[in-house]
Design a protein around this ligand. Structure first.
Ligand SMILES: NC(=O)c1ccc[n+]([C@@H]2O[C@H](COP(=O)([O-])OP(=O)(O)OC[C@H]3O[C@@H](n4cnc5c(N)ncnc54)[C@H](OP(=O)(O)O)[C@@H]3O)[C@@H](O)[C@H]2O)c1
Length: 316
């Protein structure tokens, strides 16, 4: 058994000090792990820029946070729809105009288990377009400021990276032939994780050691994920699962992303999440990552395909 570097209880937000003067940009804070991460960062006095698609929900979220933490909290929302590249570009532009530094960009928002193959306005399968290409473009466009801030990029992946096909399906990225909700979701999460490890290699090759990139996941957390985008049957199963001890609170699900965004010394090569049963629940720390997530040839090709598909290149 691995020894957790943070002790028996694993990593907890007690390790976060005063974040006054730090700025965190986080996607998808209207519910689930993103809401909890934003709440905890604000409770430590950080500035938080929330990137959400729904202005009304964002306003309500800010009201809830102010009610709990006080009117003094430093939080604002910028509208971003990850499924629309034009919206991602506009949001990145707005972030760059709004803040002079980003200590961490936390790519938390996602959709999951979309019942039928659906294409985004940019022509990609919806989970790949939202979870992967949306984040790709956001990260690339904010990269110069994150670099200038000696900041971090944190990607919230999923154990799903290992629950679908174990590689990237380059010959049918839109799943025209054999779409299944789980395969398409898992593929988008595998792509998200792979691009983080490829980014690390590219940063190292360019001798850029002050900016860090991390991959983590929330285990199995009681959030809205399946309720917002899954089929009736998936919702039924997921809501039953929420009653079992194999799920944890959304707050605990937020710990891995908070750890990756704030813990001073953390090995970038690791994969972070709950270390208890099946990595669904339990103390947060580093745990095993299956080798296909670091397949160099596939990751390099994925990077090149992503540049071509989005027309967005990283200035590394
Ligand atoms: N819960 C789990 O057990 C689990 C397991 C593995 C991985 N994850 C990962 O954990 C992360 C957080 O999910 P969650 O479980 O907290 O789910 P959640 O409660 O459904 O939260 C997802 C957030 O993403 C936002 N979002 C969805 N589509 C978006 C878009 N096109 N543009 C901008 N924002 C969008 C949602 O906004 P709206 O309110 O507008 O819908 C919401 O704020 C995701 O990356 C997910 O893949 C979760």
């Amino acid at each position: 058994m691995n020894i957790n570097q943070f002790g028996k209880e694993g990593w907890t937000p007690d390790r976060i000090g005063d974040l006054n003067g730090k700025t965190y940009v986080i996607t998808g804070t209207t519910s689930g792990t993103g809401f909890e991460a934003a709440r905890i960062l604000l409770s430590k006095d950080a500035k938080v820029i929330m990137l959400n698609r729904n202005a009304k929900k964002s306003k309500d979220t800010i009201a809830t946070l102010k009610q709990e933490l006080g009117n003094h909290i430093d939080v604002l929302n910028i509208v971003l729809d990850l499924s629309i590249q034009a919206s991602v570009k506009k949001a990145a532009e707005d972030v760059l105009k709004t803040v002079p530094q980003i200590d961490a960009l936390i790519c938390n928002a996602a959709i999951a288990q979309v019942p039928k193959q659906t294409l985004t306005v940019d022509g990609w399968e919806s989970q790949m377009g939202t979870n992967y290409y949306g984040n790709w473009t956001l990260q690339a466009l904010l990269f110069p400021l994150i670099e200038k801030s000696n900041g971090r990029i944190v990607t919230v992946g999923s154990l799903g990276y290992n629950m679908g096909i174990k590689t990237i399906k380059f010959d049918d990225l839109n799943w025209d032939k054999d779409y299944t909700p789980n395969n398409a979701y898992s593929q988008s999460k595998l792509a998200q994780i792979m691009s983080i490890y490829e980014l690390q290699d590219r940063l190292a090759a360019a001798s850029k050691t002050t900016i860090k990139a991390y991959a983590c996941h929330p285990g199995s957390s009681r959030t809205n994920l399946i309720n917002s985008s899954g089929s009736f049957m998936m919702k039924f199963i997921f809501n039953l699962m929420k009653l079992s001890p194999l799920t944890q609170s959304a707050e605990k699900g937020a710990y891995p992303q908070l750890m990756c965004a704030t813990e001073p010394i953390l090995d970038q090569g690791g994969f972070y999440g709950p270390t208890g049963r099946s990595n669904w629940v339990g103390p947060v720390g580093e745990h095993k990552l299956e080798p296909h997530a670091k397949d160099k040839a596939v990751a390099k090709k994925l990077w090149e395909v992503s540049e071509k598909e989005t027309g967005v290149k990283w200035n590394i």
